[in-house]
Design a protein around this ligand. Structure first.
Ligand code: NAD
Ligand code: MG
Length: 394
């Protein structure tokens, strides 16, 4: 029986993880759950799964949760220390890292250091601190399984023994990785009208139901840019060997091209429970509850290059990927701040990527030789982004 900690259990990935777990009560026990501010939802999850530990944002939230679950034995903790305590809780052998944004970095890194099985949904950890994170994984022998659907697809198309070191091994025969992208809700919208896009329109993803931050990133395709950086570290591949392909149907979740002409793909319904079940069950396969993909109803599968005029985020992400060091952390932090401002309707949709661009020009990237330097770059970029936004909204 595996003992699970879900970081971000009230989110889209968190709830999907609990859904898969519920289908296998004999295989998994939920030992720790964490949320930020959705106290009532977390209380309902506590009643259903009776975890040893539940974590919320702050003392006030902890007090509120405690009152809602007085009859349970669940210990209520809060803040960054609480997240780390949940991750390090001794019975926990598997950590689902599903906090959104940079807030997920530290607890996810702790899970890797402790040698746990890490189911990595939080792409920001690898974007910000890829080399540091991968070194910790190698040092501790942690099992790192990608949950992001594209990376999970690639992982499934690679020989297991080489999955996280293909770039360094010519024996793998891997020529390039192809990340598929739906193109988001604005694939066919006239570029001149993107200025008018509302947060709800940007979050209305055609194929996937996700949290609001990643939904906006899917619309701008910054999500694919972040995923490119994630793939670079995860699979040890250079930026120029990772292609981005728009595939609006989201049936093929990504591909690996081999030197012999083979192109391996993973297909399935666009439902995150497939990669989640893959990570939970690995090295076995378990039922995920996902509807079977019916080949007979698949009519057109289309593929096209991403137009960088429509999706300038891809250029910025590629540049940060080539610069390395703290550049990806700067890109990520500026984007988080800009997306948050857009969701609060303080800036226009088209300003998101302009702000990221300006911050990347104004904050100089350094070598990312320590976690402190990465966190410092993250803070600097956030502060800079706030100043740029203030200038725009004044
Ligand atoms: P979400 O917004 O639905 O949920 C985020 C979760 O993180 C919630 O439980 C929230 O309480 C918690 N959280 C937010 N801010 C926090 C903070 N400061 N401290 C502690 N906890 C905090 O997001 P999501 O769509 O589930 O995405 C989660 C992660 O998975 C993201 O990194 C995203 O990029 C990645 N991901 C998501 C999907 C998807 O289909 N949703 C697919 C691939 C990757
Ligand atoms: Mg993805």
């Amino acid at each position: 029986m595996r003992s699970i900690c879900i970081l971000g259990s009230t989110g889209s990935i968190g709830e999907n993880t609990l859904d898969v777990i519920t289908r296998h009560p004999h295989l998994y026990r939920v030992s720790a759950l964490t949320a930020n501010t959705q106290i009532e939802k977390l209380a309902r999850q506590c009643h259903q799964f009776e975890p040893d530990i539940a974590v919320v944002k702050d003392a006030q939230g902890a007090h509120q949760l405690q009152k809602l679950i007085v009859h349970l034995k669940t210990e209520v903790l809060y803040g960054a220390q609480g997240l780390i305590a949940a991750t390090m809780h001794p019975p926990v052998d598997t950590v689902m890292a599903a906090i959104v944004g940079a807030a997920g970095l530290l607890p996810t890194l702790e899970a890797a250091k402790a040698g746990k099985r890490v189911l990595l949904a939080n792409k920001e950890a690898l974007v910000m601190a890829g080399p540091i994170f991968m070194d910790e994984v190698a040092l501790s022998g942690a099992e790192l399984l990608p949950i992001d659907s594209e990376h999970n697809a690639i992982y499934q198309c690679l020989p297991h023994s080489l999955a996280t070191s293909i770039g360094s091994s010519s024996a793998s025969g891997v020529e390039e990785l192809l990340l598929t992208a739906s193109g988001g809700p604005f694939l066919h919208r006239s570029i001149d009208t993107l200025d008018l896009v509302t947060p709800d329109e940007a979050c209305a993803h055609p194929n996937w139901l996700m949290g609001r931050k990643i939904s906006v990133d899917s619309a701008t395709m910054m999500n694919k840019g972040l995923e490119l950086i994630e793939a670079m570290w995860l699979f040890n591949m250079p930026e120029n060997k990772i292609q981005i392909v728009i595939h609006p149907q989201s049936v093929i979740h990504s591909l690996v091209r081999y030197v012999d002409g083979s192109l391996l793909a993973q297909l399935g319904e666009p439902d995150m429970r497939t990669p989640i079940a893959y990570g939970l069950g690995w090295p076995h396969r378990i039922d995920s509850g996902v509807k079977k993909l019916d080949m007979m109803t698949l009519k057109d599968l289309n593929f096209m290059a991403a137009d960088v005029k429509r999706y300038p985020a891809i250029l910025l992400a590629r540049e940060a990927a080539r610069t390395k060091g703290t550049a990806p952390a700067i890109l990520n932090a500026a984007n988080e701040v800009a997306v948050e401002s857009f969701l609060q309707q303080r800036i226009k949709y088209t300003q998101i990527i302009r702000i990221v661009d300006q911050v990347l020009q104004e904050v100089t990237a350094q070598k990312a030789t320590s976690l402190e330097l990465v966190l410092e770059a993250d803070q600097q970029a956030r502060a800079r982004a706030q100043i740029v936004i203030k200038g725009l909204t004044a």
